[in-house]
Write a protein that binds this ligand. Structure first.
Ligand SMILES: Nc1ncnc2c1ncn2[C@@H]1O[C@H](COP(=O)(O)OP(=O)(O)O)[C@@H](O)[C@H]1O
Ligand SMILES: [Mg+2]
Length: 208
């Protein structure tokens, strides 16, 4: 279980709290949704969970042990908003291998199967994939590291209807096998998938 207790964050440059006393927990292989309007603090919360931002107050535990920001970076796989803008590999195969010195092909096959991209031509550039497939690839890149927690920031943003559905089916595929936190302002799209929906408003959780 990942447990957040009374997380409060105010950037040094700001004069107000972006996150104020946030507490919630997520069990292993659970999927939760975090919703809220633009500017409510969703992305900041993902940055804190994944150890990229350090909160002033609060405690985060994983399996009942406090974990440092560095440890959280290690166990988290974050897919930021519009991940296709940040592909570095000239081919899909290279994109999947980024950061892996030695990698067995079996691992690539396993991950591609998980995201529904089995049999894809690995020598083509990532840009040749459809919008929905590019999002799947971005998730695959994170899954290569076997993260304990997968964090998806607005995974359906900027996609047309059928591609949004593609992303929904991807999450459905990962259900019960991965611990996933999805940030979205389109909760209805994921209806029936998460076990919990948290609403965040101006840095506070409204329904926990
Ligand atoms: N480094 C920062 N310094 C000052 N304000 C920030 C900083 N990062 C984010 N903010 C502000 O914090 C609020 C929450 O931002 P964010 O977490 O990106 O919200 P969301 O992802 O829900 O749209 C916004 O009002 C944003 O302008
Ligand atoms: Mg955001």
């Amino acid at each position: 279980m990942l447990d957040l207790k009374e997380i409060t964050y105010q950037p040094q440059t700001g004069n107000k709290k972006i996150l104020d006393d946030i507490s919630f927990s997520i069990h292993e292989n659970e999927i939760i949704l975090i919703c809220g309007s633009s500017g409510s603090g969703k992305t900041t919360l993902l940055e804190i969970i994944s150890g990229l931002t350090i909160p002033q107050k609060g405690k985060i535990t994983w399996k009942n042990k406090t974990i440092s920001a560095r440890q959280r970076r290690w166990i988290s796989g974050v897919v930021f908003q519009f991940p296709e803008r940040y592909f570095l590999g000239t081919t899909i195969g290279k994109e999947l291998k980024i950061g892996h010195k030695s990698l067995r092909e079996k691992n690539i096959d396993r991950v591609l199967k998980k995201v529904g991209l089995s049999g894809i031509n690995l020598t083509q550039p990532p840009e040749q994939l459809s919008g929905g497939q590019q999002r799947r690839l971005a998730v695959a890149v994170q899954l290569m590291r076997n993260p304990s927690i997968l964090l998806l920031d607005e995974p359906t943003a900027g996609l047309d209807w059928s591609m949004k559905n593609d992303v929904k089916n991807l999450v459905l595929n990962l259900k019960n096998k991965n611990t996933i936190i999805i940030v979205t302002h389109e909760p209805s799209l994921f209806e029936g998938i998460p076990s919990k929906i948290l609403n965040i408003e101006r840095g506070k959780i409204k329904n926990y």
